[in-house]
Design a binder for this molecule. Structure first.
Ligand code: ADP
Ligand code: MG
Length: 263
């Protein structure tokens, strides 16, 4: 049985650009995320995927609709409630180069959430948790005191994932987490996320413009275009029988050499 852990209802977010009419980057989107399952969100560049991710993270104060997590509406939550939620819902970004502080070591990056969000003060306990989490994510003790520039792109994404995992989240929102990586490394990161899902029961929202990436990992799939929901349902149903011409086009644009060979 599926257990819904997060539900978005009619979420919209508009931007006012100078000299332009207000425009809807996210237009009336609804979905459910099930415990220990992955919702893929796919759409061409500019379709509103990252804006929707930021809505889920509670980063806008003027988004409309509801995003319900543990009976709290994220879109209307006050600072204190948002802090609680921030621990449970963690984000992994596309670009591990810009999303990791270059002046902090791997250990410091991963420790900050343990300190700030879990409230842990004991240095030994923090170090232990950092190392445990790093090892789960395929990093080693020797990596602890290194800086982000000393790692490869794939390893940096492992640091980002470890930073997210270290605070014992329920949900990870991964916004194009593999888009900056070579295809063989993409496969490693996807396999890692799936492993973490199995081991910790994580709900994952996996955002990508690339259907071949989303296909492998998604249980459910939401296809977006110009802020709107084009298709939403079980991933395999949509792949087998896409209802919309836009989805067919996204399927057709999947390149010949595939990620599947590496997974
Ligand atoms: P995606 O992640 O699918 O590529 P985004 O959510 O980043 O799409 O962007 C959707 C649309 O919203 C784009 O047209 C983008 O230019 C616009 N947009 C995103 N953030 C802002 C902002 N802070 N101010 C104005 N427009 C924005
Ligand atoms: Mg984006």
């Amino acid at each position: 049985m599926n257990e819904v852990i997060l539900e978005a209802k009619n979420v919209s977010k508009s931007f006012q650009k100078k000299g332009h009419d207000k425009f809807l980057a996210v237009d009336n989107i609804s979905f459910k995320l099930n415990k220990a399952k992955t919702l893929g969100i796919v759409g061409e560049s500019g379709s509103g995927k990252s804006t929707l991710a930021r809505c889920i993270m509670g980063l806008y104060n003027d988004a409309e609709g509801e995003i319900i997590y543990k009976d709290i509406d994220i879109l209307k939550a006050d600072k204190r409630k948002l802090r609680e939620i921030r621990r449970d819902i963690q984000m992994v970004f596309q670009d591990p180069y810009s999303s990791l502080n270059p002046r902090k070591t791997c250990k410091e990056i991963i420790a900050s959430g343990i300190r700030n969000l879990l409230g842990e003060r004991d240095k030994k306990k923090i170090d232990k948790k950092v190392l445990e989490t790093m090892e789960i994510c395929g990093l080693t003790k020797a990596h602890m005191d290194r800086y982000p520039h000393e790692f490869s792109g794939g390893q940096r994404q492992r640091i980002s994932i470890a930073r997210a995992l270290a605070v014992d989240p329920q949900i990870i929102v991964a916004d194009e987490p593999t888009s900056a990586l070579d295809v063989s490394i993409q496969a490693q990161i996807i396999n890692l996320l799936e492993q973490l899902q199995d081991d910790f029961g994580l709900g994952i929202i996996f955002i990508s413009h690339d259907l071949s990436v989303v296909r492998h990992i998604s249980d459910d799939l939401l296809v977006m275009k110009s802020g709107k929901l084009i298709e939403y349902g079980k991933s395999e149903d949509i792949f087998e029988n896409p209802k919309d011409e836009y989805t067919v086009r996204l399927l057709d644009s999947v390149p010949g050499k595939t990620l599947a060979e590496y997974l």
